[in-house]
Design a protein around this ligand. Structure first.
Ligand code: CP
Length: 305
């Protein structure tokens, strides 16, 4: 039995196979409309979500399966003190696969250790968000046409943003990726990530000002400042509008630089950028459904028809 707890639970070859399957699903959705008939997905969301929960549930419905679950810890027996370990044992009696989001780092790992069904980590605290990473990689592959030899700028809250941590880990395994970290000093990428890049001799540059580097980028990955992970509201308010990508800044970027964002957006991308053909963040949401369909099939051992 396999789980997805972090992006490197899959080898690069396995990821490529997953993206090939997702691309075929995009082209021939009707071929896959019944492959999970009779299967059930439980979504156990202890933290708010729009995209990840609904995208994962849509993925199962598109495959002909069914869904059940909770979208709020307070409407589950967590409110009465039930542990994640006990909850997943119970969910294993109801469903064939579980998707879990939890505010505590390592919660998905605890679930997997106590589960008799595959577990998908849909975000654990500030740690990892691997299905977002699959979505991001699929979007880069589809827009840029490759997953190697490009310069990616990651901008915003690189300290608390779990999508950033997962994406750097995943991209570090591909050839010729240059990382550019753009953040205020207070929100820099954690040392354990830069240590990993140093160990592998992977190049990265650190900038505070986006305009100093935007012209070099092939991908600009914007992120919001993660209010829910701050201990101090005043600090959040001071930093929340540090970066705002607008049409003026986009003029300095390459014609084929794509803008990604895991969403939700708060204020960091001006809505005027939405109509720029280089804005790929809503296409990214659609790719997330195809890649989660491919992931559910893979974890359940369902073959393409
Ligand atoms: N990208 C993402 O995780 O969005 P949600 O919080 O809406 O699931």
């Amino acid at each position: 039995m396999r789980h997805l707890l972090k992006p490197d639970d899959f080898t690069v070859q396995e990821l490529n196979a997953l993206f090939d399957l997702a691309a075929d699903i995009e082209k021939n959705p009707e071929k896959y409309a019944r492959v999970c008939e009779g299967k059930k997905l439980a979504s156990c969301f202890y933290e708010p979500s729009t995209r990840t929960r609904l995208s994962t549930e849509t993925a199962m419905l598109n495959l002909g399966g069914k869904t059940l679950g909770f979208s709020d810890a307070d409407s589950s027996s967590a409110k009465k003190g039930e542990s994640v370990a006990d909850t997943i044992r119970v969910i294993s009696c109801f469903a064939d696969i579980a998707a879990i989001r939890h505010p505590k780092e390592g919660a998905a790992m605890v679930a997997a250790l106590n589960s008799s069904i595959p577990v998908i980590n849909c975000g654990d605290g500030g740690h990892q968000h691997p299905t977002q990473t699959l979505t991001d990689l699929m979007t880069i592959r589809s827009t840029l046409g490759r997953l190697s030899n490009f310069t990616v700028g990651l901008c915003g809250d690189l300290k608390f943003g779990r999508t950033v941590h997962s994406l750097i880990n995943a991209l570090a395994r591909y050839e010729g990726i240059n990382f550019v970290f753009i953040s205020p000093p207070e929100l820099q990428v954690p040392d354990y990530i830069t240590d990993m890049l140093d160990d592998r001799n992977i190049r990265y540059d650190i900038y505070i000002n986006m305009e100093d580097v935007i012209a070099r980028l092939d991908i600009l990955y914007m992120t919001r400042v993660q209010r829910e992970r701050f201990f101090n509201e005043e600090e959040y308010i001071r930093l929340k509008d540090f970066y705002i990508l607008d049409a003026e800044k986009m003029k300095k970027a390459k014609n084929n630089m794509y803008v990604l964002h895991p969403l939700p957006r708060v204020n960091e991308i001006s809505v005027e950028v939405d109509k720029d053909p280089r804005a790929a963040y809503f296409r990214q949401v659609q790719y997330g459904v195809y890649v989660r369909m491919a992931l559910i099939m893979t974890l359940l051992g369902v073959k393409a028809p």
